[in-house]
Design a protein. Sequence first.
Length: 240
Amino acid sequence: MTAFSPTALLDAVARSRQPHITWYGGPDGSERVELSGHVLANWVAKTANFLDEEGVGGGDVVVVDLPVHWRAVVWVWAAWIRGAAVSFVPDGGSAGGADDGGGVVAVVATDRPERHAGGEALVVAVPLAPLALRWAGDLPAGALDGGDILGQADVLLAPGVAGGAARAVEDSGLSFEDLDAAIGTGDGTRIAFVPGSVWELARTAFSAWRGGGSVVVFAERLSEGRRDELVAQEGARFVE
């Protein structure tokens, strides 16, 4: 297995018409969104093209201030394709510190745009309703409706940026070179899980996709009976 490459993984996933991520939201799992590899890759490509248009690349930080949601994975993936670090700390963690080698927060992807209003970073309000195309409600001054990204091309227009020893996860200092071991490679099966964080969601999903498998994600903990029902329905194997 070659070293983990966000761009190479995108190329592989884009060729698949099979389900790659099935996301269940709500305390009873009543919200369901399923994306094939091809459709998932389209979302990632659009977001990466947007970041490229905004000049985001190596040395920049993309803050992913989102709950456990399939769109959070899209933003992590797109940022890595551009060679930018991601931060899961709402204010960017140590980003911008001259002494720690941190990057500069360039973009904040969030479902709480008012929390980030007034800063120097571009704030993108990400709608989280199932397959929502626009942000519902008012936006703070200067914030961008995440739905505007849908006008980007479905395929990656700019080549991926090699990250090397640069930071991939700003909060922990994890580098792009570290991602190979941190993510690992799944066994090619369909797994279901309840991530405790967006980082856990991204890491587990990338591992599964890298191994040729797929994921079923429960955004919230369900009753054991309901969970087992959905896991069986999806033909998945539940992992803690």
